[in-house]
Design a protein around this ligand. Structure first.
Ligand SMILES: [Zn+2]
Ligand SMILES: [Zn+2]
Length: 85
């Protein structure tokens, strides 16, 4: 189920500080969820799906603190319209 992009413009989004969350439906990284009633709507893929946390030890200060340290920081996407949801 793909929602139109206009949908994201009419709802606030909750962005995660943790960059290691992944959509279970398409496997893409997600940045947050829409703050809308009902099930999770993931950003930016807009799937209505659960997500998983790939780096359980991630912290906002130190980043990945897994023992083997293999979760490299991924680049954050840049939204070209400069809009803050
Ligand atoms: Zn997805
Ligand atoms: Zn990690």
């Amino acid at each position: 189920m793909i929602l139109s992009h206009t949908y994201t413009r009419t709802h606030n989004a909750i962005y995660f500080s943790d960059p290691y969350k992944q959509c279970l439906q398409c496997g893409e990284w997600i940045d947050g969820v829409l703050d809308a009633p009902g099930p999770n709507i993931l950003i930016p893929c807009e799937h209505v799906a659960e997500y998983r946390d790939l780096c359980a030890s991630w912290g906002p200060v130190d980043g990945c603190t897994c023992p083997n340290g293999w979760h490299e920081m991924r680049p954050r996407p840049v939204y070209d319209d400069g809009h803050h949801y």
